[in-house]
Ligand binder design. Structure first.
Ligand code: COA
Length: 143
């Protein structure tokens, strides 16, 4: 991975994750997360789409590009690197429905929107689930 961007694995500590947003560190981060079953179930129910743990074992999250570095295509490289690290396994992600950049990057990387947006105290805070099926796994089915 290039010096300007870091990909964090599920084992990376929270302290280390926070440190990337300070000082002259990398310009972007992304993480492959191993989400709790309770979180997976909660958002599956809200969205009306079952994020099956076998089909989508990891969540792509914490995608962040520093303000100065935004708008230069770095999000594509972070997401592509996360997909590479997942080694053919299925991924899911969530993004706010008003986050056009993130949704665009995810969809260009092969993620598809699933279920209905859930929220959210305000209409702007609706969250969309997206999935990217793995090479060997079947896609999850609606509950
Ligand atoms: C979302 C974020 C990661 C995008 O990173 P970035 O490196 O600035 O984005 P990019 O330059 O790679 O652009 C991403 C895509 O969005 C598109 N885009 C930019 N502005 C857009 C807009 N207003 N509407 C629709 N698409 C837009 C770009 O065209 C680009 O696609 P392309 O390269 O194929 O043309 C970055 O803005 C960020 O860190 N935001 C704050 C944290 C965040 O929201 N993270 C996501 C949490 S789910």
């Amino acid at each position: 991975m290039e010096k300007w961007a870091r990909l964090l694995s599920p084992k990376t500590s929270s302290k280390r994750k926070r440190s990337f947003s300070q000082g002259e560190g990398p310009k972007g981060i992304a993480a492959l997360k191993n989400p709790l079953a309770s979180y997976r179930e909660r958002i599956s129910e809200k969205a009306g789409f079952n994020i099956d743990a076998k089909a989508f074992p990891f969540e792509l999250g914490y995608v962040f590009v520093t303000l100065k570095a935004q708008g230069k295509g770095l999000s594509h490289q972070l997401v592509d690197e996360a997909i590479r690290l997942a080694a053919g396994r299925g991924l899911f992600a969530t993004a706010r429905t008003d986050n056009a950049r993130m949704l665009s990057t995810l969809e260009k990387a092969g993620f598809n929107r699933k279920g209905k947006p859930y929220g959210g105290r305000s209409p702007k805070r609706r969250i969309q689930i997206l999935v990217r099926p793995g090479e060997k796994s079947d896609e999850a089915t609606e509950p």
